[in-house]
Ligand binder design. Sequence first.
Ligand SMILES: NC(=O)C1=CN([C@@H]2O[C@H](COP(=O)(O)OP(=O)(O)OC[C@H]3O[C@@H](n4cnc5c(N)ncnc54)[C@H](OP(=O)(O)O)[C@@H]3O)[C@@H](O)[C@H]2O)C=CC1
Ligand SMILES: CC[C@](O)(C(C)=O)C(=O)O
Ligand SMILES: [Mg+2]
Ligand SMILES: [Mg+2]
Length: 330
Amino acid sequence: MAVKMYYEQDANLGALQNKTIAIIGYGSQGHAQAQNLRDSGLNVIIGLRKGKSWDAAKDDGFEVYEVDEAARRADVVQLLINDELQAKVFKEQIQPNLKKGAALMFSHGFNIHFGQIVPDEHTDVLMIAPKSPGHLVRRTYVEGFGVPALIAVEQNATGQAHEIGLAYAKGIGSTRAGVIETTFREETETDLFGEQAVLCGGVSALVKAGFETLIEAGYQPEIAYFECLHELKLIVDLMYEGGLARMRYSISDTAEYGDYVTGPRIVTEETKKEMKKVLEEIQTGVFARNFIVENQSNRAFFTATRRRENEHPIEKVGAQLREMMQWIQK
Ligand SMILES: NC(=O)C1=CN([C@@H]2O[C@H](COP(=O)(O)OP(=O)(O)OC[C@H]3O[C@@H](n4cnc5c(N)ncnc54)[C@H](OP(=O)(O)O)[C@@H]3O)[C@@H](O)[C@H]2O)C=CC1
Ligand SMILES: CC[C@](O)(C(C)=O)C(=O)O
Ligand SMILES: [Mg+2]
Ligand SMILES: [Mg+2]
């Protein structure tokens, strides 16, 4: 099936022009989407609890309300709080206050796909999922571009859900880059797989294993940091600009030969077999169940692992080296 893509000319901001959009949460995605929508001329309010994000949203000039009040005032509610907190906040503060025919939006399908949130029949349920960390959603918009996004409609109660989604995507800058049609299921399963197996879990494990191999062999940690972590960005930038071929064109023939002979010895058939298991655990809901239970039991594993990972020698040497890299935005 051919992929369905949408660009600037396919989206009409008018679908949101006389509506109030409540962004719930003002973290990585929340601050970026809210500021982009406002700069696109739309009417945005923020729903939060009192605290760090509340103060930040106020400082940025937004009207900020408790979540229930924001939901009451809104025609469109975009839920951008942590996935593991969304179901409780939705049930207690949003669902009882949502207008009939309002649109409930997400940037990740976890809670709808795994049945943690079940909206009323008269609510539009849709997703605009930027394929980028929040801070780049904002930075690229300000630079006059945008990041690609996915659109999915789970429930089209008003008949307007798709139009609202495209207008929202235009408001955050994503129709400048392209918006791909998908489903909640496809976005949820591929997003979880990508971040676990490749982008976050896979890359972190690869970087650490390379770093540890070099320092255990007696090389200086500073050199190991540059070779296994720092240069990764430079290599990934080339892949981003022109795929694997552009990266291989730019590196030396020595590196390219090493890539071909050594890469498959590191990521082996065994690794791919494990990737398939990881995907199956995502598809069957095993990962989702474990994550939900972990959160219900106060995150013992999560907290201990985060602390241990932060103490890894690569983080210590990296912090010292980055102090000298004035070009890195803090
Ligand atoms: N991070 C990213 O770049 C991406 C995230 N997504 C999705 O976007 C959504 C948001 O993730 P992300 O931006 O990372 O979230 P963050 O962790 O960066 O921010 C969460 C925000 O929610 C607020 N919050 C938490 N609990 C409550 C509550 N009970 N009531 C009101 N506000 C609350 C926090 O405020 P406080 O300061 O008070 O804690 C904070 O502003 C998730 O669905 C995620 O999967 C999708 C694509 C990429
Ligand atoms: C890659 C991690 C991500 O899926 C993202 C930035 O897209 C996330 O959940 O933060
Ligand atoms: Mg993602
Ligand atoms: Mg994700």
